[in-house]
Design a binder for this molecule. Structure first.
Ligand SMILES: C[S@@+](CC[C@H](N)C(=O)[O-])C[C@H]1O[C@@H](n2cnc3c(N)ncnc32)[C@H](O)[C@@H]1O
Length: 267
């Protein structure tokens, strides 16, 4: 028998809003999550930025002056970090580890905020727009990010690929990222298959635009076809690793493939 949903009544401007118990749990989890708080304090648009920072720290993916393409970039957290790495000086370790600190007093909070600015403000001073290039692609619009070129479009559409290539000119990318996620249907198999399609689209972009030795990082939803995807990736990269960063929620079926050293003749 179905249990009766529990509703919570929250007063807001005298209006009572009804949340289901699962929505209330989701809101509470969002508000209390340490990466969410850290993203708000460090001015990143998405908590998922810390997934990329962790992987970048581990595999040293991004370097100043690189060319990078960020697929599924909205609202822009990953692109913000990518631009900071490519155009400026940023201490990723320091930025990432901020989460381990607990502010005990108002003064602690203030000094944390000041340090956050110190860690990141070199970006504005040391922009090296001539060498680096960041291209952010998404179906949704993205609020401007300093130094980032936005392509508004579907990665599976050849017109979007043409726009990306126009920004690249005759350059090749050093790194291609995909944090793309499909619209969730609620049916695991459907979502998994859609996620596989997005990974394939990102891989085919990589085959056209990634330079030799380049890195490809893509999110996928686990399921019966991810082995097949891995095999395809292994045909194009010398090393393919499966990773679940700390900021990726345990209950989520997402994982990341980190693909190093792109080569057209691996196998
Ligand atoms: C989890 S969000 C990405 C968050 C982003 N990494 C950040 O740090 O802000 C996934 C994004 O994938 C985008 N997306 C899904 N399918 C896409 C497609 N076919 N082409 C381009 N973007 C797509 C969605 O619009 C969504 O903004």
């Amino acid at each position: 028998m179905l249990s009766r949903p529990i509703y919570h009544f929250l007063p807001l401007y005298g209006i009572q809003i009804r949340y289901s118990s699962s929505s209330t749990r989701w809101i509470a989890r969002k508000q209390s999550d340490r990466f969410t708080k850290q993203a708000a304090r460090q001015n990143y648009r998405a908590r998922s930025t810390y997934k990329l920072i962790e992987l970048d720290l581990k595999y040293n993916i991004l370097k100043k002056g690189d060319v990078a393409i960020d697929c599924g970039a909205a609202p822009g957290g990953w692109s913000q970090y990518i631009a900071e790495k490519i155009f400026g000086e940023i201490d990723s370790q320091k930025v990432y580890n901020k989460k381990r600190r607990t502010a005990k007093s108002k003064m602690d909070v203030q000094s944390d905020e000041e340090e956050d600015i110190d860690d990141k403000n070199d970006f504005s001073k040391q922009q090296d727009v001539q060498n680096g290039l960041v291209i952010a692609v998404d179906l949704s619009s993205i609020e401007p990010i300093s130094g980032v070129n936005v392509v508004h479009g579907d990665i599976t559409d050849h017109k979007t690929i043409d726009k990306i290539k126009t920004f690249l000119g005759n350059r090749k990318a050093n790194a291609i990222f995909s944090d793309m996620a499909p619209n969730f249907s609620g049916k695991h198999l459907v979502d998994h298959m859609r996620s596989m399609d997005l990974c394939e689209a990102a891989l085919s972009l990589a085959q056209e635009t990634l330079g030799p030795g380049g890195t490809f990082l893509c999110k996928f939803l686990m399921g019966e076809n991810d082995k097949e995807l891995r095999t395809k990736l292994e045909r194009n990269f010398r090393k393919v690793l499966y990773k679940k960063p700390e900021a990726s929620r345990k209950e989520s079926s997402e994982g990341y493939f980190v693909c190093l050293m792109y080569s057209s003749d691996v196998k």
